[in-house]
Design a binder for this molecule. Structure first.
Ligand code: FPP
Length: 230
């Protein structure tokens, strides 16, 4: 039987630190390996026909990590943007970043803006990177954007135009490394998303693991609060 492929997959890429620790390596090696894992996962999601991939790369709470680790993650993102530009243009990847733009180093935010602009008409997949992102911050920032007229006309369907993006809600949320919590990720958008948790650490999350997540998604009976049609 043909598989039902989710239109939008969102991932909490957890476990880079544990992956490194298990090998007696510094946490930064785990993040570097995590970036490779993202590259491969993106390729496979394109192949199977996923249209939106959102990944949690840096949360508003991640500033509490050591200065060293924060700067590793900033540098890694900058490197990722520079090294993936060609691949994104060639493979029709639209690059987008969701999150607060303040606090981010100027050169990084300039590269983000440039790549977003250059890839904006690419239409094979949208790679939405949640960076300096918090779900609560996103809701607060949305409210701050609204005028009085917007508030008067506000409803559940038009609220998303004030969020960091207006992409369709995720169908499937994946969390690696076994924790069953949402960690301030996409609080508004996941109202009816299916959830899949695996013990696999993010750097080990490969095609086989993606297939398992999609298979599990295919067994779900999505009712969006309604009743099952029999
Ligand atoms: C969680 O693992 C992961 C992060 C906080 C960062 C995610 C970043 C990447 C996958 C790097 C590549 C992505 C980009 C776009 C640069 P953790 O450090 O919390 O792991 P632990 O829970 O095992 O300590």
């Amino acid at each position: 039987m043909e598989k039902n492929i989710p239109n939008h997959v969102a991932i909490i890429m957890d476990g880079n630190g544990r992956w490194a620790k298990k090998r007696g390596l510094a946490r930064s090696f785990g993040h570097m390996e995590g970036a490779k894992s993202l590259r491969k996962a993106l390729e496979y999601f394109i192949e199977i026909g996923v249209k939106y991939l959102t990944v949690y790369a840096f949360s508003t709470e991640n500033w509490n990590r050591s200065e060293d680790e924060v700067s590793t993650l900033m540098n890694l993102f900058l490197k990722y943007i520079k090294s993936e530009r060609k691949n994104m243009m060639k493979n029709g990847i639209r690059f987008y970043v969701s999150g607060r733009k303040n606090n981010i180093p100027k050169n990084l935010s300039e590269e983000i803006d440039r790549l977003q602009e250059d890839t904006k008409t690419n239409n094979k997949i949208t790679l939405n990177i949640a960076f300096n992102y918090g779900g609560r911050a996103e809701i607060i920032d949305a409210i701050k954007k609204m005028s009085n007229a917007d508030i008067e006309n506000l409803d559940e369907n038009n609220f998303s135009q004030f969020l960091y993006n207006d992409f369709p809600d995720p169908d499937l949320v994946i969390r690696t490394s076994g924790e069953f919590r949402i960690s301030n990720f996409l609080l508004w958008q996941i109202a009816y998303s299916e959830f899949y948790v695996t013990d696999t650490l993010w750097p080990d999350f490969d095609k086989t693991e993606i297939d398992k997540a999609i298979d599990s998604y295919n067994k779900r009976d999505r009712r969006f609060g309604g009743v099952k049609n029999v």
